[in-house]
Design a protein around this ligand. Structure first.
Ligand SMILES: Cc1cc2nc3c(=O)[nH]c(=O)nc-3n(C[C@H](O)[C@H](O)[C@H](O)COP(=O)(O)O)c2cc1C
Length: 354
């Protein structure tokens, strides 16, 4: 079976819906309140992402809005993630039997209703007082994967318990912290709480500088809401390398997914160090302005992974805002490996759900 491409994004839940608000701005009006007309959701016949884009900001206090909408530097990578999808054209093939179709798929032994999962997003309580529990509730009917941020506002154990009798599979996101014991503790807690995977974010050896209008920097946002670690103590490790993936591999049986990879070379290094899968990501343009759009980085990663490790899965997030983005990414990824196994045509469609 050939590798599969999964796209991770943030489409449709309490917090991620609010993230998509960013689409309407090339810059953030840092200090302005926003009162869009016709935003009573009860009166909207069809609530679309555009409605959330237009109306969402008004529902958030400024600090929360700016935190969710921010990106690094001049927001070039953030915009590019999205715009590059718009440049892709799809030539549909006609007179094929499409009467029997399914979005169901699987990855790492997990059966999924569709190839859409939730990338980790910090501070859900800034968007909803119930925080990550609201997110769990929102997606609970679906067999999907939710990656819990290490900067979550709900205890790992509580999220684990809330997801227990649902169809959701939980993965735990972590950074490599300068104190490796803390990193391991986070993973151990996730293991005990029933999480089924560990996502190591590789693109944050230091904090990114999130800007508001491309100049003004957005300050720390309600760090005291973070409950699973003490951010005054837990610092990102600028000395983290692929050896840390191998180190973590030796301590946990859970699959490790390395997030934040943008090149084929890094993808193969991560797998050689013990990663079970790769998540192509540039942190939504929040870390390094100038990173390539993830959709453009995808083929190189897929190509390298399939050449050396044809059974490994590749996921993607960044800029996915609609279903067509999902199939474009699938198509672009598959181009590089479909020759290996034409029967894997059921692969996926994984965008971002929320
Ligand atoms: C408000 C916000 C918080 C985020 N927090 C985290 C995090 O805690 N850990 C992480 O690995 N990625 C984090 N990310 C990055 C996302 O996981 C994902 O890579 C990114 O949002 C994808 O781009 P998109 O927002 O255009 O879909 C965050 C992104 C946003 C917008």
């Amino acid at each position: 079976m050939a590798s599969k491409i999964f796209l991770w994004g943030i489409f449709f839940s309490a917090s991620s819906v609010i993230l998509s608000i960013r689409d309407i701005w090339n810059h953030i009006p840092c200090n302005e309140e926003y009162h869009p007309p016709n935003c009573d959701f009860r009166e909207l016949n069809l609530v679309t992402l555009d409605d959330y884009d237009r109306c969402g900001p008004a529902m958030l206090p400024l600090n929360a809005r700016n935190y969710f909408l921010g990106a690094a530097g001049r927001r070039i990578t953030y915009m590019k993630n999205k715009n590059e999808f718009d440049k892709i054209e799809v030539v549909p093939r006609m007179l094929r039997d499409v009467s029997k179709n399914t979005l169901e798929t699987s990855t790492l032994g997990i059966q999924l209703d569709f190839p859409i999962g939730l990338s980790p997003v910090a501070l859900h309580k800034l968007a909803d007082p119930r925080g990550e529990l609201a997110t769990v509730e929102g997606i609970s009917p679906f067999r999907t994967i939710m990656i819990l941020s290490s900067m979550a506002t709900t205890l790992i154990e509580d999220v684990g318990q809330a997801a227990q009798h649902t169809n959701i599979t939980l993965w735990m996101q972590t950074y490599i912290f300068d104190n490796r014991t803390w990193t391991l503790e986070l993973v151990r807690r996730a293991e005990r709480a029933g999480f089924k995977g560990v996502v190591v974010t590789a693109d944050a050896p230091v904090d990114g500088t999130i800007t508001c209008d491309g100049r003004q920097s957005i300050g720390e946002s309600d760090g005291e809401l973070i409950v699973n670690l003490d951010i005054t103590q837990h610092k990102l490790s600028p000395s983290a390398t692929f050896k840390d993936i191998a180190w973590l591999r030796s301590f946990t049986k859970l699959p490790i997914i390395v997030k934040g990879i943008l090149s084929g070379d890094d993808a193969t290094r991560a797998i050689m160090a013990g990663a079970s899968a790769i998540l192509v990501s540039n942190h939504g343009g929040r870390q390094m302005d100038g990173d390539p759009a993830t959709i453009n980085a995808l083929p190189g990663v897929v190509d390298a992974v399939n050449r050396m490790f044809p059974r490994r899965d590749v996921f993607l997030d960044g800029g996915i805002r609609r279903g067509t983005d999902v199939y474009k990414a699938l198509a672009r990824g598959r181009r590089w490996f479909s020759w290996e196994d034409p029967s894997s045509g059921d692969s996926l469609l994984m965008g971002q759900l929320v």
